[in-house]
Write a protein that binds this ligand. Structure first.
Ligand SMILES: CC(C)(COP(=O)(O)OP(=O)(O)OC[C@H]1O[C@@H](n2cnc3c(N)ncnc32)[C@H](O)[C@@H]1OP(=O)(O)O)[C@@H](O)C(=O)NCCC(=O)NCCS
Length: 323
């Protein structure tokens, strides 16, 4: 039996930091409103010449370094993003080139904020089916390029960044006590296509467009679906919420994170929060949060971790893994 093990994690945030006061100086909003409704205090914004692939490569390099691996070992690159460098080719191929990785599998996964959960599942399947022995799963976004900077209801919520995991196919062990990805649950409900979307695109408008959102509807569904998906992956393995060492949720809004944790009965000290510093970095938020937890010592080998995310589509999912 092959299982996908996490060999390393890495992340990258652009140098430019924009706090709430900076936004309030050009939009009809305030630090107090943003903090109270979202928990966000600041976000990182990519430099004009920084592309999604640049952020992704930096995060990937750091994950490789942590794993003690070289780019030459990377046999697959799965990049979750909704902000590709270009409409095509896949930004994963730009990452492959910039990283100096050899000929192998490279593709983008587009499930918006749920992209990292979907990307993990794709990479896990590639490894378990024997298509590759080592895979980089990257979430990288430059959402600042999709925002309508005159729309206070969306401009304050997002940031740019990237995070990456290096996964390795492993033949040892297959019990719940062994390390690796244990269970995945993915879903989408296209009836909500118009609740969180970008009003442009090559086929519909021949333009890039801007992010539009029905915030209340997103909020309502996010809490229910995110909690359900964690229960689903736990249920599949026969483990319970009490067995969890860490919940690493998609970082969209502190109120959503707290509501999901409360619904599940996961205490605050077991819930990783980075939305205050990173804002919502879409597909990058989970690996960025994993990197923070690895750096501050909460994530060590053997810990049972659940990650979950919901985004445009709606698409959502959860993964249960032993770090
Ligand atoms: C967006 C969100 C923070 C709005 O919070 P809310 O409590 O639902 O607020 P509402 O949308 O009801 O708006 C309340 C008021 O605040 C105003 N408002 C919206 N954005 C504002 C801002 N940045 N600053 C000040 N006021 C703002 C609205 O215009 C509205 O004013 P009105 O009552 O005069 O019409 C919240 O709905 C949310 O987080 N939703 C989920 C969004 C999300 O996470 N998306 C990504 C998922 S991957």
């Amino acid at each position: 039996m092959i299982r996908s093990l996490v060999a390393g994690v890495g992340a990258y945030l652009p140098a430019r930091v924009v706090d709430n006061d900076a936004l309030a100086s050009r939009l009809d909003t305030s630090d107090a409103w943003i903090r109270e409704r979202t928990g966000i205090t600041r976000r990182h914004i990519a430099a004009d010449d920084e592309l999604t692939s640049d952020l992704a490569v930096e995060a990937a390099r750091r994950a490789l370094e942590r794993a003690g691996a070289k780019p030459a070992a990377v046999e697959a690159i799965v990049l979750a993003t909704s902000t590709p460098d270009h409409t095509f080719p896949a930004t994963a191929t730009a990452v492959q080139r910039k990283l100096g990785a050899p000929i192998g599998i490279a593709l983008d996964v587009q499930a918006v904020c749920a992209g990292f959960a979907y990307g993990l599942a794709v990479a896990d399947s590639l490894l378990r089916l024997g298509h590759a022995r080592t895979a980089l799963v990257i979430g990288a976004e430059t959402f600042s390029r999709l925002l309508d900077w005159n729309d206070r209801s969306t401009a304050v919520l997002f940031g740019d960044g990237a995070g990456a995991l290096l996964l390795r196919a492993d033949r040892q062990g297959g019990t719940l006590a062994d390390r690796g990805l244990l269970a995945t649950k993915l879903a989408a409900d296209g009836r909500h296509y118009g609740d969180l979307w970008v009003d442009g695109g090559p086929s519909a408008t021949r333009s890039t467009g801007h992010l539009r959102m029905n915030g209340r509807e997103v909020f309502r569904h996010a809490v229910a679906r995110l909690a359900e998906s964690v229960l689903a992956v736990l249920g599949e393995t026969g483990l319970s919420v009490d067995d969890l060492d860490l919940l690493v949720p998609h970082q969209a809004n502190l109120r959503i994170i707290e509501a999901v944790a409360k619904r599940l009965g996961v205490p605050a000290e077991k819930t990783v929060v980075t939305v205050d510093r990173h804002a919502n970095t879409s597909a990058a938020s989970i690996p960025l949060a994993l990197d923070v937890a690895a750096n501050d010592g909460r994530l060590v080998a053997g810990r049972l971790v659940a990650v979950n995310a919901l985004g445009g589509g709606f698409a959502w999912g959860a993964t249960l893994l032993r770090w």
